[in-house]
Design a protein around this ligand. Structure first.
Ligand code: ATP
Ligand code: MG
Length: 352
């Protein structure tokens, strides 16, 4: 098949990890006889520097015309001055919103070779296989923001329709997996969470009678995620809770550098990015872990291009590279670590 892939490297380690993932996609195209055409665009701090805008109109137009978007990360100290007029993160929020990407899928499957890097006891991690579905275009991140001298306000809003569509996605995923779905909210305190719980209950009852729904409060979920992660399968939650819980869940996998994500909407164009940020502390040193972005490319193959065999092939290659000891600094501990390029080559070798 032919596919147009827009690559948005962004800032910090973004260019390093997306370059690695593009290499892998090129190798997959060659192996399976596809033609993938890659174009690059600007987003985040890089876009602010070049155009004054965190999401230039040209980038958004290119994204709308592409089959899929592969993104690195945005942000960094250079653009985080409290008085800044535009922030890199606005570019990311804006592209998610403009493309209607309301469901952010974050699979968490600890790999044996990375268990040593996790602060959690290995016996708790055996068999963990989670899919966190984070609502991505609503809630407090998108609500009205106001700042006065001695007070600040962030408004959290959810509509019935916004909850319905993301719960539907999660319900479909749960049905295709083990049939268990956990909805996370703070319904004992927040009105938006009471709405969330009510809608989730109705959607699952009416449309997914075969799915077993459980509700968890976000604070106890934070605890259970570490204490008994094996007991969960698909977890669906609102924007901010999902952001926080998935950084926590990354510790189940051993490193932020291992977790991919897919952001999907009603249309076919999806956006794929690692869950980690731009990691300014290690940017430009060639030591960032590229696996999260390579695994995001696998999700791109699966969800946007519908190339399941190719997606699995990439996931297997990453697994085998990890098994073979191709560990970056965030995972290596007692052995000499591989750099970003060497880790990508370890995956390419397995793809051969
Ligand atoms: P954001 O707000 O964009 O989510 P963040 O504040 O969560 O960003 P990250 O940029 O994700 O922060 O970095 C958190 C820590 O994890 C840093 O110490 C960073 O170096 C490390 N880290 C993140 N991604 C990687 C990676 N791919 N490889 C190695 N270390 C990473
Ligand atoms: Mg983060």
């Amino acid at each position: 098949m032919h596919a147009e892939i827009l690559v948005l490297p962004g800032d910090g380690i973004g260019p390093e990890v997306t370059a690695a993932a593009v290499q892998v996609l090129r190798a997959v195209a060659q192996r399976y006889g596809h033609t993938f055409a890659f174009t690059q665009g600007l987003i985040g701090g890089a876009a602010i520097d070049a155009t004054g805008d965190a999401l230039p109109a040209q980038t958004l137009a290119a994204a709308r015309g592409a089959d899929a978007v592969l993104l690195g990360a945005v942000g960094g100290p250079k653009w985080s001055d409290p008085g800044a007029r535009v922030r890199p993160e606005q570019g990311l929020l804006a592209i998610r919103k403009a493309l209607g990407l309301y469901a952010n899928l974050r699979p968490v499957r600890p790999h044996a070779a990375a268990l040593g890097a996790s602060p959690i006891k290995p016996h708790l991690l055996q068999g963990v296989d989670l899919m966190v579905v984070r609502e991505l275009t609503g809630g407090i991140y998108f609500g009205e923001k106001r700042r006065e001298a001695d007070l600040a306000r962030d408004v959290c809003t959810y509509s019935v329709a916004e909850v319905e569509r993301v719960v539907r996605r999660a319900g479909a995923l749960a049905r295709a997996r083990s049939g268990r779905l956990t909805s996370v909210d703070k319904a004992n305190v927040l009105e938006t969470s009471r709405l969330w719980r009510e809608v989730a209950t109705r959607v699952v009852r009416d449309e997914f009678p075969d799915v077993r729904l459980e509700h968890q409060l976000v604070d106890s979920m934070a605890m259970h995620l570490i204490a008994r992660p094996r007991e969960y399968d698909v977890i669906v939650t609102e924007n901010m809770f999902g952001d926080i819980l998935t950084d926590e869940a990354s510790m189940l996998a051993g490193s932020l550098g291992l977790l991919p994500s897919a952001s999907l909407g009603e249309g076919t164009v999806g956006l794929y990015e690692p869950i980690h940020g731009s990691a300014p502390d290690i940017a430009g040193r060639g030591i960032a872990n590229p696996y999260a972005t390579i695994l995001s490319a696998a999700l791109l193959l699966r969800h946007s291009l519908r190339l399941e065999d190719e997606a699995r092939c990439v996931e297997t290659a990453v697994s085998q590279a990890l098994d073979a000891g191709a560990l970056t600094a965030d995972l290596a501990h007692d052995r000499p670590p591989l750099g970003t390029t060497a880790a990508a080559h370890a995956v390419l070798e397995q793809l051969q």
